[in-house]
Design a protein around this ligand. Sequence first.
Ligand code: SAJ
Length: 419
Amino acid sequence: MQKICVLGLGYIGLPTASVLATNGFEVLGVDVSDFIVQTVGGGGIHIEEPGLQTVVRAAVQSGNLRAVREPAPADVFIIAVPTPLTADQRADMRFVKAAAESIVPHLRRDNLVILESTSPPGTCANLLKPLFESAGWTIGADLFLAHCPERVLPGKILRELIENDRIIGGHTPACAERARELYAAFAAGTIFLTTDTTAETVKLMENTFRDVNIALANEAALLCEQLGIDYWEVARFANRHPRVQLHTAGPGVGGHCISVDPWFLVEKCPEEAKLIRMARERNDSMPKHVVSVLREMTEGLEKPKVTILGLAYKGNVDDVRESPAVHVVHGLMEAGLTVCAYDPHVSEGSAWTASLEDALRDSDCVALLTDHSEYLAIDPAVAGQLMRGRRLFDTRNALNAEAWRAAGFHVRRLGAASA
Ligand code: SAJ
């Protein structure tokens, strides 16, 4: 297993391809985007991820990583393309299908095909297996098929790619064994073998666990606002219990994983997945709540201007996919407010503003939506001087409320009653 073809050079495919290349494999990175192929081919990166630039440059310079538009014959094919959500909340498997079809002409006896893309239960068995079998292959005999879900956390991808335990789901036990040989070459965590459908479900349940827990935190935050108490205090004390771990409330759940994956379970088992659906709906409702608080805080003002701190879906990343902050910006604009959004990690988007000063100037209210570390360094006194009014809504409980109050701000935090 020396030659590996990685299909999709995105958040998972690119780190995987470059780590494999720096571990001595000959890697062909395939992407449908000319821009990505050119960028990676030149040793550059098109996404922000700590440490990735160094690894990609080293991989390309060593000659072990090449970026191309089309697949070619290899020992292993790793499919790491997106599985987006359709408008009716189903998994859009077109990219997976297209990637699988693109490798069919290049398959050779004993090849291993690994699906890394997060997929609904049954994808290997009901989509990929028939696709390869109709080309004459027999899975587990002359072609090997496994699902090895990635579980890395954006912001810590390179470390987790190596250190995390891996779940490998083979379509047959022989398929799982073949995939284990590959991951054992670079993964330091424990490798567990199971079936393909189990591995698909494990991955979805991991993200669903987090989504349901965040929904519980968000619901509790809304209850606390109504009860006139502070969710952050409730969570702090409840979490002193040895078996309780209340999650962090916030403006909603974004990113391409947690806000998407639970729907794949709802799609497969709509009758049973009641709690999972409700959690998704609760989290998706949070941006609306943030908009209504901001409207309340600026009520009666003439042509109110709101400054949004953060467009990315979470702190210290540049990814705006499914970001609740983007929904809040749109909601405020639809309500007729002037919105300026400043995010040091993002360089475009609705209401995007190049500098913090411009975003704050003549503003009536500042709302923190993403907990980037840069925002902790903002001096509330300086911010207050630029602004027309001094109001702060902290949806992440990230800023030092006392310091902002001392600078004359009326401070509201999500999950706490209006003071
Ligand atoms: N969030 C909260 N409260 C919390 C935790 C998170 O509101 O207590 C929000 C974040 O602000 C963000 C969203 O949830 O908007 C998701 O952020 P995250 O850091 O929890 O997760 P992701 O989406 O960046 O990465 C997840 C990880 N899954 C789990 O932690 C179970 C990662 O390990 C997966 O590999 C990744 O999804 C994926 O690709 O599926």
